[in-house]
Unconditional design. Sequence first.
Lengths: 112, 111
Amino acid sequence: AQSVTQLGSHVSVSEGALVLLRCNYSSSVPPYLFWYVQYPNQGLQLLLKYTSAATLVKGINGFEAEFKKSETSFHLTKPSAHMSDAAEYFCAVSYGNNRLAFGKGNQVVVIP
Amino acid sequence: DTGVSQNPRHKITKRGQNVTFRCDPISEHNRLYWYRQTLGQGPEFLTYFQNEAQLEKSRLLSDRFSAERPKGSFSTLEIQRTEQGDSAMYLCASGGGTEAFFGQGTRLTVV
């Protein structure tokens, strides 16, 4: 079964510092990979997606992620954290029918 | 199109009552999904429709749960004889290509 691992449920980052959220998937076949962001009491908003094109994917709000097949990883980064980045972030995997399997999420706290 | 719409946004019900949620997907999307999200967890897949056909159901979807999508447009998710363990955020998503677009969810509290 497809699965996604996100380590560290809570991540604290200083304003202006690098944001790094790790995601590893378990599959021998490269899946489609996604990062979603969720603000309190809201649905999920797509940040970016990997669908077998370029391995470095740029998304909204200055986020990007790199697909590394050898490491089965799809880590999310942003060079400089902003207060508005405080939210919960989910990595997800699918195999083309939009059915998503999510990780447990990372709650990002931005420290002024 | 304003995106995926879910109603109601919040529902409080007494244990044992039935509840029904509605999802209106993005109009051109033929795929519709229901997920459940409990506190501190990622969303978990419940069921999937392609047009009006329900193609997949998770084992999380017990006999008390039923979903429909008449005419391949909006969808409803009904929970019968609610239990406290049903308290969660219920998310609907629609998609037509490689990505899914989520609604704002319905938060169910069973008291």
